[in-house]
Design a protein around this ligand. Structure first.
Ligand code: GRF
Length: 200
């Protein structure tokens, strides 16, 4: 399975995927290209350190459809089977979503459908929830709205700050994202409407 990853920043989830492949937790898969919409994304350096093609695709001077067509070209060029969003802070257009239906995954730092969009951990913290968490889901046309693959919850503790809560959630992200990718690679995910069934 050839994987492409879209990023915008730090890339700690990208790193978790790369490490899971290198350790043999995810077998028969490789990250073949990492694409960023930000020139200075640390994720690009992480890719290079592992000998993975790292591409900065400048959004400047392109509309969304034009930008997405450039992404599609790269995905085809690398024979991509699976597209991962890992801290990619842009919406994908319908062309890519249709071309890769049920083959695009995203990680979101909340228990969806609560706290969609940006700064989900801050939203949860300010709302005063007692449990928070993260979600891996398939990407559809909506914002953080596709069928859910795995969720993990963490407690919100009385002494928490937004930062400590964010760190506790991130730790779980690094566990469930590789888990979901592994299930996908092993063809164990079946989508029935909104429901994702995990095969044995
Ligand atoms: C993570 O919290 C992820 O859930 C969210 O953006 C953040 C990206 O972090 N979508 P990183 O770039 O993977 O370190």
């Amino acid at each position: 399975v050839k994987i492409a990853v879209l990023v915008s920043g730090r890339g700690s989830n990208l790193q978790a995927i790369i490490d899971s492949i290198e350790k043999g937790y995810i077998k028969n898969a490789a990250v073949s290209v990492v694409i960023s919409n930000k020139a200075d994304a640390y994720a690009l350096e992480r890719a290079e350190k592992h000998g993975i093609s790292a591409v900065f695709l400048d959004p400047e001077g392109r509309d969304r459809a034009g930008y997405d067509r450039e992404i599609l070209k790269i995905l085809k060029q690398y024979d991509t089977d699976l597209l991962l969003l890992a801290g990619y802070f842009r919406l994908l257009g319908s062309e890519i979503i249709e071309a890769y239906r049920h083959r695009i995954l995203n990680i979101h730092p909340s228990l969806l459908p609560a706290f969609k969009g940006l700064h989900a951990q801050k939203q949860a913290f300010e709302y005063g929830v007692k449990v928070a968490g993260c979600t891996v889901h398939f990407v559809d046309e909506g914002l953080d709205s596709g069928p859910i693959i795995i969720q993990k919850c963490v407690p919100v503790l009385p002494e928490d700050t937004e930062e400590t809560l964010t760190a506790r959630i991130l730790e779980q992200e690094h566990i469930i994202y590789p888990e979901a990718v592994r299930l996908f690679v092993e063809s164990k995910l079946k989508v029935e409407g909104r429901n994702v069934i995990t095969l044995k």
